[in-house]
Design a protein around this ligand. Structure first.
Ligand code: SAM
Length: 351
């Protein structure tokens, strides 16, 4: 983690600045320079929360105290005392978030683990198509110089990468361990990664020129609630862009949604092998008949993306337009749409 990220980070509960105790540093190699970064450290909030920075990434979920207890036992001498005080004050919400977020962390951590580091395609697009689509969704030219962006649910980190290449400083936020791969592969020093829950974003509110979230908030327990939370990060005059699933009136799709009622309760690893030996060969055969090709990884990512997440909602564009208007956004428009979903952008009005 670069020290400059501290300027944007805040306690996800109190919204106040954090203090830091650094354990060690290391040198991270970017394409144009080497930067001395914080490798391991602990962030402290006045509210009593404490969050580890492990291998260069701040881990800022409320439940970090439970997930990273081994790290704290090693590096925080009064860990047990602090943990007791924190649990006394916030035990209810910490254990609730732990239970709620665990399936999401696992399913997406596994799903993105299937992506090869030199992947040439994502969501059926090659890299330049993916990049073009991103700028269409953002409704921005390919230059983002001087802008501060946050990529909520950045997953593999490709969108963060393209925004940074266009000149923006980008914070990539995701709850799953995909963030570790995204950070490791990152060659652009303008990108910072944070492992966090978008419903408790550990960053300063009303700060970002661009808040971008593609295919993410419909994977939370309440899409509209998540929308309301992430829109708080946009500064006056800034933009919010979200991509969301929409309902598909097809028997096959509705059968898959029905199957989800069961599959979302099965471990993602078991689902992988189940689909690998059943749906994958059938689908490959179907593609061959049509003269098409897709790598097994691409197919499995698609399958897991629809069948494994615990939450997956679909929304009508006109409902989402209302959310924008309700939160005082203007210039709301659909920038991209296909059978599966749509992206929608709006500009935050001044006071
Ligand atoms: C379908 S992927 C989309 C990834 C990327 N934005 C893209 O367009 O390819 C959804 C991502 O949202 C993340 N996610 C889901 N719920 C989250 C939450 N509450 N907080 C942070 N990230 C979350 C998942 O870990 C996953 O990486």
């Amino acid at each position: 983690m670069q020290s400059s990220l501290l300027d944007y980070l805040r306690c996800p509960v109190s919204g106040k600045r954090l203090t830091i105790e650094v354990i060690d540093y290391y040198e991270k190699q970017y394409s144009s320079k080497t930067i001395k970064e914080i490798k391991n450290a602990i962030l402290f909030s006045e509210a009593g929360f404490f969050f580890p920075i492990i291998n260069g990434i701040p881990r800022m979920q409320l439940e970090s105290v439970l997930i990273f207890s081994d790290f704290f036992k090693k590096y925080l001498p009064d860990f047990e005392k602090r943990k007791k005080a924190l649990i006394e004050k916030y035990g209810g919400i910490i254990s609730e978030r732990y239970k709620m977020n665990k399936p999401t962390r696992k399913s997406f951590g596994f799903e993105w683990g299937l992506l090869k580091s030199n992947e040439t395609k994502i969501w059926h697009n090659n890299m330049s198509e993916f990049e073009n689509e991103l700028f269409t969704e953002l409704d921005e030219p390919n230059s983002l110089h001087g802008l501060l962006a946050i990529d909520i649910g950045c997953g593999h980190g490709y969108s963060s990468h393209f925004m940074a290449n266009a000149g923006a400083i980008v914070v990539g936020l995701d709850m799953s361990l995909s963030i570790e791969v995204a950070y490791k592969e990152c060659k652009n020093e303008k990108i910072h990664f944070v492992q966090a829950d978008l419903q408790f974003p550990p960053v300063q509110h009303h700060l970002f020129d661009i808040v971008y979230s593609s295919g993410v908030i419909h994977h939370t327990n309440n899409t509209e609630l998540s929308f309301g939370i992430i829109q708080e990060l946009v500064k006056t005059g800034g933009k919010l862009t979200v991509w969301l699933y929409q309902p598909i009136p097809s028997l096959l799709h509705n059968t898959i949604l029905f199957a989800r009622k069961f599959t979302r309760h099965i471990s993602v690893r078991l689902q992988f092998w189940l689909y690998f030996f059943t749906i994958l060969p059938i689908y490959k055969f179907y593609l061959a008949l049509k003269g098409k090709k897709m790598s097994w990884r691409e197919i499995m990512i698609d399958l897991l993306d629809i069948l494994s997440p615990f939450y997956r909602y679909e929304h009508q564009p006109q409902d989402v337009e209302c959310w924008f208007v309700k939160h005082d956004y203007s210039d709301v428009k659909i920038t991209n749409s296909n059978l599966f979903g749509f992206s929608i952008v709006g500009k935050k009005k001044g006071f």
